[in-house]
Design a protein around this ligand. Structure first.
Ligand code: RB5
Length: 145
C-alpha cells in the first residue's frame, strides 16, 4: 500500500514522526509537503493529498494540521474523499470498517506521538466491511448541492 502524506506547519513535526514510522514498517509513501515549520495554508496541502488519492497516485492519505480540523474540512469538500479526523483508536478503526475512509486527518497539536502512531497503524491495517456500509457511502457521493 502506498500512502500520500501532507501537512501544514502545525502538523509538520507529526508528519515527520509518521514518515519515520512508515519507513520503519517498509510502507511506501509520497510526501506532499510542507517541508518546514514556516507558516503555510493548510488547504493547499489538503488538496494535494486529496487529488493524489482520487487520481490513484496513492492508495490512502494522511493529513495533519494543528487541530486536524481545517485540513479535514478541505479534503471533505472534494467529491470521493472520505476524510476521518480521529483522536482515538476506536474512531480510526470504525472509519475504515464502516466509512471506508480514504484519508486520515490528525491534529499535530492535539495528539501525543504514541497515540498518533497507534491511530495510523489501525487506520492502515483495517479493511472496509462493505455490505450495508457500501450503500451508505454511495449515498454520500449522490449528494449534490
Ligand atoms: C495554523 O495555525 C492552524 O490554524 C492550522 O494548523 C489548523 O489547526 C487549522 O485548522
Amino acid at each position: 500500500m502506498k500512502i500520500g502524506i501532507g501537512s501544514d506547519h502545525g502538523g509538520y513535526e507529526l508528519k515527520e514522526v509518521i514518515k519515520e514510522y512508515l519507513t520503519s514498517e517498509g510502507i511506501e509513501f509520497v510526501d506532499y509537503g510542507t517541508n518546514s515549520l514556516d507558516s503555510v495554508d493548510y488547504p493547499d496541502f489538503g488538496k494535494r493529498v486529496a487529488d493524489a488519492v482520487l487520481n490513484k497516485e496513492v492508495d490512502r492519505g494522511i493529513l495533519i494540521c494543528g487541530t486536524g480540523i481545517g485540513i479535514s474540512i478541505t479534503a471533505n469538500r472534494i467529491k470521493g474523499i472520505r476524510c476521518a479526523l480521529c483522536s482515538d483508536t476506536f474512531s480510526a478503526r470504525m472509519s475504515r470498517l464502516h466509512n471506508d475512509a480514504n484519508i486520515l486527518a490528525l491534529g499535530g497539536r492535539v495528539l501525543g506521538k504514541g497515540l498518533a502512531l497507534d491511530i495510523v497503524k489501525i487506520f492502515l491495517e483495517t479493511e472496509f466491511e462493505g455490505g450495508r456500509h457500501e450503500r451508505r457511502i454511495n449515498k454520500i457521493d449522490e449528494i449534490t448541492c
